[in-house]
Design a protein around this ligand. Structure first.
Ligand SMILES: Cc1ncc(COP(=O)(O)O)c(C=O)c1O
Length: 393
């Protein structure tokens, strides 16, 4: 992907100072209906009320024991105890999910290797470029479902030529499509990874949008992880930027799990070394923000706010998808999430045409990605029709 999303968003902000009909659907940040950022006053309050000693000192490079326990509990939820009984686990704080991805690439690959990704995806090649890696693709969709055949076939091709393979799955609420794997699809992926016993598989599970999925139980897929055999090292990439709507703070974690204790020890050691030799440490304030919201009473209040956001995101996406269906505007299969992709014939030109009409979106994966998370319900009314008319679809 060659476009700079942050630049498109800046253009949109500049245009909105001149025109009052600007729609900025370029960037994956949640805005409330009144256009306040993040949507959770409780988060900004908590940041402001942190005492100096929870902001200013250097933190432990891995975030410290309290943070590690908290982030593991946060991600595994009610299944933590049972997973801990079955697998070894450790964690390292990172500056956003991005830090977890970058360090996984740095630790588990060598220049010239390929990472295994879907053909429609978020910008993993930016991280791959830096680590001098190539991408090896499988098809994401077959009709409206995950293309397991392509996943299996292409992974076996890569496993033939490379012993250590990083396999990235971005779920739930896949960016850019809003696709979420069903439990059956997830189980099939697990079964497939288990086939390659002669390889070292690094399963990088990018769950940046974990807290925004509309699944009945958005931690249920965690219960499938212990099925993975010893040749698989799991790295869960957590994004506090997304969960807390605190995008500029840089909060995330790499959580490593395996049945092989030595693999988990090595993961932790190397992650800490990677951090120390690149970004040094994750901001103390981010670490303490997660610690704050891990306390029961604070977490309950946070979850209430999160529920409000999730309801709104759901309403916005349903509204868009229903209108699009009614007028025959095609999107990639959508299940839940911050984004959807409208299929268009020439995305690199189409997004510029939309921008001429003050509608800012991002060309991506066969179409135009709209960040519905940042639009109000009012802005979404009539939006599919507007896109259809401008692009003559
Ligand atoms: C799929 C996906 N993974 C990871 C990230 C990284 O998030 P951050 O580094 O802000 O936590 C993003 C952010 O947009 C994302 O969309």
């Amino acid at each position: 992907m060659s476009v700079d999303i942050l630049k498109i968003s800046k253009d949109a902000i500049a245009a909105s100072k001149i025109y009052d009909d600007v729609i900025n659907a370029s960037i994956g940040m949640f805005y409330d209906e009144d256009k306040s950022i993040g949507g959770m006053p409780i988060v900004s309050q908590a940041i402001r009320l942190l005492p100096d000693e929870k902001i200013l000192p250097y933190p432990a490079v891995d975030g410290g024991i309290e943070f590690k326990n908290n982030v593991i509990s946060w991600v595994l939820g009610q299944y933590e105890k049972s997973i801990r009984e079955q697998m070894f686990i450790n964690a390292c704080a990172t500056p956003g999910g991005s830090g977890a991805i970058a360090s996984t690439f740095a630790i588990y690959s060598k220049p010239g290797d390929s990472i295994f990704v879907s053909d429609i995806r978020w910008q993993y090649e930016r991280f791959a470029d830096r680590a001098k890696l190539n991408v090896f693709e499988h098809k994401l969709f077959k009709g409206d479902n995950f293309d397991l055949d392509s996943f299996k076939k292409r992974l076996s091709e890569l496993c033939e030529i490379q012993k250590q393979v990083i396999v990235i799955i971005n779920d739930p609420c896949h960016n850019p499509t809003g696709f979420t794997l069903s439990e059956t699809e997830f189980q099939e992926i697990i079964n497939t990874l288990n086939l390659f016993v002669n390889n070292d598989i690094i399963f990088l599970y990018d769950l940046a949008y974990l807290d925004f999925s509309h699944e009945k139980d958005n931690r249920k897929k965690m219960t499938y992880l212990p099925q993975l055999k010893k040749h698989v090292m799991i790295i869960l990439s957590f994004s506090g930027s997304k969960t807390f709507g605190a995008y500029g703070l840089r909060l995330g974690a790499a959580i490593g799990l395996s049945h092989d204790e030595e693999k988990v020890n090595q993961f932790h050691k190397k992650c800490v070394n990677e951090a120390r030799g690149s970004w040094s440490a994750t901001p103390t304030v981010s670490i303490e923000l997660l610690n704050h919201f891990s306390k029961k009473e604070n977490k309950n209040a946070f979850l209430k706010g999160l529920d409000h956001i999730n309801t709104l995101v759901q309403q916005r996406s349903s509204s868009f998808i229903e209108q699009a269906k009614e007028i025959g505007l095609k999107t990639h299969p959508f299940r839940s999430g911050f984004y959807t992709v409208v299929l268009t014939p020439d995305p690199d030109k189409d997004y510029l045409k939309l921008a001429e009409h003050h509608l800012y979106a991002v060309p991506m994966s066969g179409g135009i990605r709209l960040a519905l998370c940042s639009l109000s319900k009012q802005e979404i009314i009539g939006l599919p029709q507007k896109i259809k008319s401008i692009l003559k679809l």
